[in-house]
Design a protein around this ligand. Structure first.
Ligand code: ADP
Ligand code: MG
Length: 615
């Protein structure tokens, strides 16, 4: 097999998209001791990814050799493998990038008069010369996947790809506040992050609004040192996305540790809310294995169970402290010291002092009584399910009176509900368990799930609005609201703005992460704008992962899920009637876009079958 093909195959593992290139190049810059890194992208990195650093630079030989596979300068003996402090060590990244793109390298070491210029095209060196350049290294990666059309076609829209780049970029800049970074996309500056300490880096990235919402976490022990911040319970959101774990300044994912954090907060959070966290672990590098995943996002810890309980305790402690002091002085939090854990330290039992009964959602707590409005589901007592008494009460409340029963002919032009002759027909309607509508007409019985029905109706309505570009009814807000998003979400929202207009959102970008909302879709019960948009985005992003549907269809589905009627809502007769009517006017009514079944139908035959005796 020719070397170039082998490299292309290996590249597939390491370089999947522009974001992977950015990650590898920026990590190399940090490994080279850079204190400033500039990243420049064109077309989400498809056309150009340029990373410049002021690090050590490379000499002439290294500048050529670095593109060879296993060219790493970071390992010279097997022992080194267990004491790694650098991010890269496999020596695969540059070889992989050179195999699938045009790479242009300029680099100069301190003390050298001139620098080196090397050009690579699909593993072939096409230029090698001296050049004038600043101390440090600049990699330009052009025409990504020029020779691998399958990979190129596999790339998503610029919007999605740029979001992936942002994900990687943030994982790196949040791990290295002591380094300054800038990021440009299509000549627009996206970030300019000065060198600072962690808390200030968080503010530079996520905006001032995060200041009062973070609780400091410190926990030291022999096996691990944990520092960082966790969001206050009250700042928990319906969107995931700001959950960051780092070990020895490297981002990693760890569902087990995530569970430790989430479960430490469990009694303080509504179930569908996520807490943000930025937690930095320091462990002896010989006690972790970062080698188990080609892109090194998963890390295996030798002392996982112990770390789980230390982490759990650290989070409880942070929240308990918050409860005691209640107002946190964010600016007095001491900066994180990244010094390594020494193996000789004595075992320090994690000290926990927290109030186990503390619950910020509890009205008596005084501080947060307004949250009962925000999270009604959380405070609602659990219904004693299917007690007959309750069903009876529901029926009594909702059974229509005889006067309500006549319906117009138009309403009867529904599936299975054609008017029979001219004789007056009755539609019997009632709600069961605040969740189902029982509709009887003539000899046909429909059992309708109200949430699924509403989702189907709204989905078709929102699709229509977007496709026909109809002006949607907008409910103007008395006071425009500013809504802050994470950088990735803000990017997504910007991409969706034209569609949002046809859905009834009147909003405009304001700065990098903020949208000013002037109006929201009319006809819906007033909701909190921020929460609604968050939930909407969360559903949208979830669908992106799991579905192949178009952007519009995804948005319509997310809107329908967000604004749809939920189970547990008591419906008046008029509301049920209107729901049933609209449902059967839908193009397709049996399933909700999320796949939930909308109704079951029994006609005379089905009913008599149900009662047939076995003999
Ligand atoms: P790894 O990082 O796993 O060692 P890479 O393929 O990413 O492998 O890089 C290969 C080698 O090129 C590195 O070990 C390093 O010696 C050199 N190198 C790469 N980028 C830089 C840079 N920005 N500054 C200095 N040296 C670099
Ligand atoms: Mg590397």
């Amino acid at each position: 097999m020719p070397e170039s093909v082998a490299n292309q195959i290996a590249a597939g593992e390491v370089i999947q998209r522009p974001a992977s290139v950015v990650k590898e190049l920026v990590e190399n810059a940090l490994d080279a001791g850079a204190t400033h890194v500039d990243v420049i992208l064109k077309d989400a990195g498809r056309t150009l990814i340029q990373v410049s650093d002021n690090g050590s630079g490379m000499g002439k030989e290294d500048a050529l050799r670095c593109f060879e596979r296993h060219a790493t300068s970071k390992i010279s003996s097997a022992d080194d493998l267990f004491q790694l402090h650098t991010k890269g060590f496999r020596g695969e990244a540059l070889a992989s990038i050179a195999a699938i793109a045009h790479v242009d390298l300029k680099t100069r070491m301190e003390g050298e008069e001139v620098g080196v210029h090397v050009c690579m095209e699909g593993t072939r060196c096409t230029e090698q010369s001296e050049c004038a350049c600043a101390k440090g290294t600049t990699f330009m990666v052009k025409n990504l996947f020029f020779n691998v059309p399958a990979r190129r076609n596999f790339l998503k829209s610029d919007n999605v790809e740029f979001n992936n780049v942002l994900d990687e970029f943030l994982r790196i800049v949040l791990a290295a506040p002591q380094v300054s970074f800038s990021l440009y996309h299509n000549d627009k500056q996206i970030y300019d992050l000065p060198k600072t300490v962690l808390k200030q880096r968080l503010v530079s990235v996520f905006g001032n609004s995060c200041k009062g919402k973070l609780l400091p976490v410190h926990q030291d022990s022999q096996v691990v040192r944990i520092d960082g911040f966790v969001g206050t319970p009250a700042s928990a959101k319906k969107t995931k996305g700001e959950q960051y774990l780092f070990v020895n300044q490297r981002y990693f994912r760890h569902p087990y540790f995530h569970h430790a954090i989430q479960s430490a907060m469990a009694d303080l959070l509504p179930s569908d809310h996520y807490i943000s966290y930025f937690l930095y672990f320091e462990v002896d590098p010989s006690k972790i294995d970062v080698n188990i995943h080609p892109t090194k996002i998963e890390v295996k810890f030798q002392e996982e169970k112990i770390i789980y309980s230390i982490l759990h305790a650290a989070i409880r402690h942070a929240v308990g402290m918050y409860n005691i002091s209640s107002n946190i002085d964010f600016d007095n939090v001491s900066p994180i010291d990244f010094s390594m854990v020494s193996g000789k330290r004595e075992i320090v039992e994690p000290q926990i002092s927290y109030n186990p009964t503390y619950n910020p959602f509890h009205a008596e707590n005084g501080k947060k009584s307004s949250t009962s409005k925000e999270y009604p589901a959380f405070n609602a007592p659990k219904a004693a399910n299917d007690s007959w008494r309750q069903i009876y009460e529901t029926l009594k409340e909702n059974t229509p009176s005889a006067a309500d029963l006549s319906v117009t002919e138009k309403q009867l032009e529904m599936d299975g509900m054609e008017p029979q002759g001219k004789q007056e027909q009755k539609l019997s309607l009632f709600q069961l368990d605040k969740s189902y509508i029982v509709a009887g007409f003539s000899s046909v019985l429909f059992l309708i799930q109200q949430d699924a029905a509403s989702e189907r109706i709204l989905y078709e309505r929102f699709m229509q609005q977007m496709e026909r570009k109809e002006a949607a009814a907008v409910q103007k807000l008395l006071f425009p609201e500013s809504v802050t998003f994470s950088p990735q979400d803000a990017e997504t929202v910007r991409g969706l703005l034209p569609d949002f207009k046809f859905l009834g959102f009147d909003m405009e970008p304001f700065g990098r992460n903020v949208m000013i909302v002037h109006g929201v879709p009319a006809d819906f019960q007033e909701q909190e704008v921020q929460k609604t948009l968050e939930q909407l985005l969360e559903t949208y992003k979830g669908n992106l992962m799991s579905l192949k549907s178009s952007r519009k269809a995804n948005l319509a589905r997310s809107m329908a899920a967000t604004y749809g009627l939920k189970k547990g809502k008591i419906l008046q007769r008029a509301e049920m009637e209107s729901l049933v009517r609209q449902l059967f006017q839908c193009e397709s009514s049996l399933y909700a876009p999320s796949g939930k079944k909308v109704y079951v139908r029994y006609d005379e035959g089905d009913l008599s079958k149900l009662f047939k005796s076995p003999h």
